[in-house]
Design a protein around this ligand. Structure first.
Ligand SMILES: Nc1ncnc2c1ncn2[C@@H]1O[C@H](COP(=O)(O)OP(=O)(O)OP(=O)(O)O)[C@@H](O)[C@H]1O
Ligand SMILES: [Mg+2]
Length: 234
């Protein structure tokens, strides 16, 4: 850590919704090339933190930096152009559009074919469903389509919110395998997921949020050891 520039860094961030404060003085680092797990109970503020990082929730205090640049005042599209990508909870796809159209939408200009190739390389099942509407895909296939965006656009920082929610165990394996490949390609990841064991297996660092404040920051091994885990997540 130390002198290295982080891919994403939140410093003393306070944010929320309108006049409702959710996060209080949260400082979190996602080092370049690393996977960071963000854990915490329901309502702790995990989704709010991811949304704040991509600019969907306003920061009332503190700052957000991407590769050392203060991006706190920037809009979500501007942050996206810097390579910051949020895969939100709940299979965010355009249900009435075909799989091909969903993938083609992700490329700003030019090569839709290439985007489709990348996506189907990541998830072969999508290659067999290109003409089908996204809404007619299974839940797992819809989540794969949503995740494919993190592959086709080559983001440098990917924030993933509950990618395995409601999926069968086999599909959960596929999702975690995908996240592992994404990290191996060099993307920095910040991952929220209910399968704590699997996220910690993947992660280099872990944070725990409780009531909008960080209660743990350290390695997965430290988090797993003894009372820390019991105290915050047991
Ligand atoms: N649009 C909103 N307006 C006001 N408060 C909100 C809004 N969305 C979420 N909150 C509140 O912010 C707090 C944190 O919610 P958040 O969704 O960030 O939690 P979470 O850790 O992602 O929980 P979960 O594990 O259930 O997804 C909760 O108390 C929630 O009620
Ligand atoms: Mg959430």
């Amino acid at each position: 850590m130390g002198e290295d520039v982080a891919a994403l860094e939140l410093t003393d961030v306070t944010s929320g919704y309108g006049s409702t404060t959710v996060l209080r003085d949260v400082s979190l680092r996602v080092p370049t090339g690393s996977v960071v797990a963000l854990l915490g109970a329901n309502g702790a503020g995990k989704t709010t933190l991811l949304r704040t990082a991509v600019g969907l929730n306003p920061v009332s205090h503190g700052r957000v930096e991407v590769f050392g640049t203060d991006i706190t005042p920037e809009s979500p599209p501007r942050r996206a152009r810097r390579g910051v990508c949020l895969i939100p909870e709940g299979r965010a796809v355009f249900k009435s559009m075909s799989v091909w159209e969903n993938l083609a939408l992700q490329v700003r200009r030019g090569d839709a074919t290439q985007a489709v190739e990348k996506a189907t390389e990541a998830f072969p099942v999508l290659g067999r469903r290109l003409g089908q509407t996204a809404g007619s895909l299974s839940g797992g296939e819809q989540q794969m389509l949503a995740l494919a965006r993190a592959y086709t656009t080559d983001p440098r920082i990917v924030l993933v919110d509950e990618p395995s929610l409601g999926l069968a165990p086999q599909v959960v394996e596929t999702v975690f395998g995908f996240l592992e490949r994404l990290a191996a390609r060099g993307a920095a990841l910040l991952v929220v997921d209910q399968f704590i064991g699997q996220v910690l297996d993947l992660a280099d660092h872990a944070y725990v949020l409780a009531h909008g404040e960080l209660t743990f920051a350290g390695t997965p091994a430290q988090l797993r050891s003894g009372d820390v885990f019991e105290k915050y997540l047991g």
